[in-house]
Write a protein that binds this ligand. Sequence first.
Ligand SMILES: [Zn+2]
Length: 242
Amino acid sequence: MPLYRDEAVVLRTHKLGEADRIITLLTRQHGRVRAVAKGVRRTTSRWGSRLEPFTHVDVQLAEGRSLDVVTQAETLTPFSSRLGDHYDRYTAGTVMLETAERLVTEEKQPAVQQFLLLVGGLRAMSAGEHRAGQVLDSYLLRSLAVAGYAPSFDHCARCGSPGPHRWFSPASGGVLCTDCRVPGSAGPAPETLVLLSALLTGEWAVVDGADPRHRKEASGLVAAYLAWHLERGLRSLEHVER
Ligand SMILES: [Zn+2]
């Protein structure tokens, strides 16, 4: 069987037979890959925690007829143990893993930007320099943008007229001017739209200085935007405190 090597983040695992697991990876060069890890559930497993969700690993895989097989794995960054002691970071990180899996839909189609965003997001989340909720919101907006769903927080998403505008509609792709406003548009505070824009572009001075009210409102709009663009909502997002 031909072998290949890549860098990956473990997104999810599920049981296979008595002792094995199927591991879903987001790799740097091969996009999303599902692979079998043999014997990983035995207490004497040589894999240890290297193939648990969140782990950033260097892996070697053997191409199989249906699923590839993990033949080697070395931990690069143990994000799981770094996030594990902080409930808010851990739950927010779980949403990131689920989002990455949902946005990278094709197997073995390179998704380098999604990979880099995820590793960068997990690194920021485990560093704890910014609030977990805002690291998550920033990641969600950016990963949606990379997936082709970039929201507009300045120009009207329908007619393109320059902002600032007062209305926001997830279904329309961002802010709307008064003429383009659709039923059910939200009317967030102007500061909330400034914050959303800063989350998307990574202006952390603006993000960290935001008022709690606006943080909360922005998180609600990010969740609505994400839900609109994913067919089914995210289970894990329900556990994040907002
Ligand atoms: Zn308009």
